[in-house]
Ligand binder design. Structure first.
Ligand SMILES: NC(=O)c1ccc[n+]([C@@H]2O[C@H](COP(=O)([O-])OP(=O)(O)OC[C@H]3O[C@@H](n4cnc5c(N)ncnc54)[C@H](OP(=O)(O)O)[C@@H]3O)[C@@H](O)[C@H]2O)c1
Length: 257
């Protein structure tokens, strides 16, 4: 087992949900955290909490992954002691709507593609060269069951996560000779702010997604990410698919009403 103590872990989308849970579990295990999101105050509060609880050191900054210049500038401007990133967790992502493709809101498509695909690419493009130079590093992409299967009303979200799956596989080949590992963690339903964002702030509709079933928590996924990050150097977890016990695939769940 490899330990993450004192390793620099760079997490996008650390203000909520899975990203926040990853920050917590890595802090508990002694890692140094480089944390970002757009809602900087939430990330600052989290960093303060993790300092208090685990003595964790964090570097916190505001970054919008959809803004190519912002990503480049923020990563270039990392203080010297935060530059040698050991583990990149590409987590920032979102869904918008659950509508028939031919009736769907095109603005939502732009947001999903810009965040889930282009955002992940910008961050990866700016961090992996340093890992390649040091011949060391681990990229862990948070994909989704939506990257493995398509479901009705999820055409564009599923397309973005299928893209993440393809990027993960290609990147693994591209860095094979560089001592860098690449893993995908692909969850089913996780109760986070995801559905609230998907339904544009409609809390009631978001809640109803989890009616009659026990979804995964951010911590369930963070534990899987930590497992990937703690394998011995010669072993890589290529992919993990984690589902609630009552979800068989992307579109079939068992609900007790
Ligand atoms: N929840 C699920 O059921 C589920 C299932 C499979 C996969 N996933 C994936 O898991 C990842 C995390 O989602 P979650 O469930 O934890 O949702 P969440 O609670 O809504 O968290 C999403 C995070 O992404 C950040 N983010 C969104 N747009 C961003 C941007 N443009 N720039 C920087 N950060 C941005 C948000 O921060 P700010 O808003 O503060 O920027 C937030 O911290 C996503 O990639 C999602 O697709 C979720």
């Amino acid at each position: 087992m490899e330990y993450v103590k004192d390793k620099i872990v760079f997490i996008t989308g650390a203000s909520a949900g899975i990203g926040k849970a990853c920050a917590e579990i890595f802090a508990e295990n002694g890692a140094k955290l480089s944390l970002s999101a757009r809602r900087i105050e939430k990330v600052e509060n989290l960093a303060a909490e993790l300092k208090e609880k685990f003595g964790a050191e964090s570097y916190v900054f505001k970054m919008d992954v959809t803004d190519r210049n912002d990503v480049e500038e923020k990563i270039n401007a990392l203080p010297e002691e935060w530059k040698a990133i050991d583990i990149l967790i590409n987590n920032a992502g979102m869904g918008r709507g659950l509508n028939k493709l031919y009736e769907d809101n095109v603005d939502g498509w732009e947001e999903m593609i810009d965040t889930n695909v282009k955002g992940l690419l910008y961050v990866t493009r700016n961090i992996v060269p340093g890992m390649a130079e040091r011949e060391s590093g681990h990229v862990i992409n948070i994909g989704s069951i939506a990257g493995r299967e398509a479901y009705a009303g999820g055409g564009v979200y599923c397309a973005t996560k299928h893209a993440v799956n393809a990027i993960t596989k290609s990147l693994r080949m591209d860095v094979l000779d560089k001592g860098i590992r690449v893993s995908a963690v692909d969850p089913g339903m996780v109760e986070t702010e995801f559905s609230v964002v998907r339904f544009y702030g409609d809390e009631e509709k978001a809640k109803s997604v989890y009616n009659g079933l026990t979804p995964l928590t951010g911590t369930d996924i963070a534990e899987a990410v930590l497992f990937c990050a703690t394998r011995p150097k010669h072993a890589n977890i290529n992919e993990m698919i984690i589902m609630p016990s009552v979800q068989a695939n992307a579109f079939m769940t068992y609900r007790k009403t």
